[in-house]
Write a new protein. Structure first.
Length: 312
């Protein structure tokens, strides 16, 4: 028997969970008889009745397992917890809002078993239904980060990934506290196939990703996989040194040779403000990297379990 573990991170998904479960069960019936399933829900400190809904489902279905956090640690921690606690030969990650269509599961499985891929990822070919400004900045982010890193991060890639156990073990081996899963999956490599599909709206509930949270997440990805911002701030500093040197020569020439003394304090104030702004900007970039180092050396747990039905 082959076993597939389906990891489902949940945060306030009370309304979506029953719908997700029904749709998932309908699609896994299409798999061969020699394949069994483990549905692993990771309750990421939900404030609604998500955990109770999961417990009720587990009473009806022995294949349902759950891990409930002591508080909200974030989706990245939920993904890591799922990978650590999954016991399947194959593992997949899915959102509970049905934006990751279960109808693709069989195709993803066949791509690994019959075509020899190590993992199968999914990517959206459009962002229909999203605010225009969010779509613009999302595309801009992928263009920037792909220029900064030595490996490619696919535009529109979802966390909906079907993988062999060896890929999951590689991800688990990366114990860093500041996690960016899309980058980690790209970093470990392996032979991956991409399946494209059109964007699907949430089946219920509201998105937990505000524009501010997505911005912080993007910065997390950049600082986690690239030192380009540090190089950028250094280049700006070098540029301003060269410019200031040329301006000093120009002022000396203008004053001593042409007899035209330098005048105007407003221009001086503007220059001071601009240079100070560049300095603070550069210090902010350095501070981001220092803060990541600070959090890493504390070696705090990525998540804390409050309740689970997994027996070890």
């Amino acid at each position: 028997m082959e076993k597939i573990s389906i990891i489902v991170p949940c945060f306030n998904e009370e309304k979506a969970l029953p719908l997700f479960y029904e749709e998932l069960k309908k699609n896994i019936k299409e798999f061969p008889n020699n394949v069994s399933f483990e549905i692993l829900f990771i309750n990421d400190g939900s404030k609604d009745n998500s955990l109770q809904v999961i417990k009720d489902l587990s009473k009806k279905d022995d294949s349902i397992k759950y891990v409930s956090f002591s508080r909200n640690f974030g989706k990245e921690s939920a993904i890591f917890a799922g990978l650590e606690n999954a016991s399947g030969d194959y593992i997949t990650l899915m959102d509970a809002d049905l934006q990751d269509p279960p109808s693709l599961l069989l195709e993803m499985y066949n791509s690994i078993v019959k075509e020899g891929f190590d993992a199968v990822g999914t990517r959206r070919v459009n962002r229909k239904g999203e605010p225009i400004i969010r779509s613009f900045f999302a595309k801009l982010f992928y263009k920037l980060i792909n220029k900064m890193t030595t490996f490619e991060m696919v535009d529109g890639a979802r966390d909906y990934v079907f993988m062999k156990r060896v890929v999951a073990d590689a991800i688990i081996s990366l114990k860093e506290y500041n996690r960016y899963s899309k980058g980690l999956f790209s970093f470990v490599g392996f032979n991956i196939k991409w399946i494209e599909y059109k964007n699907i709206k949430r089946v219920a509930g509201e998105t937990k990703w505000s524009f501010w949270k997505l911005t912080k997440y993007a910065l997390e990805g950049i600082t986690a996989f690239s030192t380009a911002p540090l190089i950028f701030s250094s280049l700006i500093g070098l540029l301003f040194c060269v410019v200031s040197f040329l301006l000093i020569i120009a002022i000396i020439f203008k004053t001593l040779i042409l007899g035209d003394p330098t005048s105007g304090w407003p221009s001086l104030v503007c220059i001071i403000f601009m240079v100070s702004g560049i300095q603070l900007f550069s210090l902010g970039i350095i501070g981001q990297y220092l803060s990541k180092t600070y959090l890493e050396i504390k070696q705090r747990p990525i998540y804390i379990v409050k309740d689970t039905n997994i027996k070890k």
